[in-house]
Design a binder for this molecule. Sequence first.
Ligand SMILES: Nc1ncnc2c1ncn2[C@@H]1O[C@H](COP(=O)(O)OP(=O)(O)OP(=O)(O)O)[C@@H](O)[C@H]1O
Length: 252
Amino acid sequence: MKIECKQVSKQFDQKHVLQNCHFSVKTGEIVGIMGESGTGKSTLARLLVGLETPSSGEILLDGQPYRRKDGARILLVFQDALHAVNPLFTVGDILTEATKDSVSTEEVVTILKEVGLDESYLPKTPRQLSGGQLQRICIARALLLKPDVIIFDEALSGLDPLIQGQLLRLLHQLKIQHQQTYIFISHDFNLCYALCHRILVMFDGQIVDEITNFSDPIEVSHPATQNLLTKSQNPKHPKCRIRKMMATIQND
Ligand SMILES: Nc1ncnc2c1ncn2[C@@H]1O[C@H](COP(=O)(O)OP(=O)(O)OP(=O)(O)O)[C@@H](O)[C@H]1O
């Protein structure tokens, strides 16, 4: 399913938060969107899933305007997994409620296994899970809904680098299994590098650069990209471990 963002701008009151964002993502492609805090990444994500409407421009899914009320074909998985679920629900409730009980227990258990968990998690509540386990549940819930596109908005941020590495591997495997289209939003180059076919760079509400070639050194055309790369490539930075750990999966 191809998603197109055509000359999309967004204003809140008089403030221009997004300006002429223009890109498309093909079926089965994983595109990263990278940028510093406040550059408009989450606003773009909310527009893409239909939680906000553009001030101008349009979002198309396979050439047709995307309306959320026609069915959630573009889903958002975001950073704060604890706030994305009902804390009183069990894992079983969370997974079946999302699919309005149209899914069998077998399917739920299969998806749980795909995200590295099993049926013993079904009676647990969110507070009994680690951040990484809960994020797996959110990913499982998104997969059960069989969307055309999943947008991950800083979905791995704030997790331990080891858990990030495990979840990156998981997303990579799931991508191969489900041939799904992902948009992966992060301020962290290493996470985008590990998973994405190409990376769009945002600065001040605009897409200012695109990384398509991951050769060393990476060619950049905007200072914002260079800043993000410099931060991520500091060898003392713990995330560099992820980059090393993940360098192999690109060839899997
Ligand atoms: N509903 C809103 N009303 C007014 N301003 C908003 C609204 N939503 C976002 N903004 C503003 O838009 C700008 C971009 O915010 P956004 O959350 O999209 O950035 P971001 O790149 O995702 O940042 P972060 O990485 O910190 O989440 C910010 O200045 C923010 O204050």
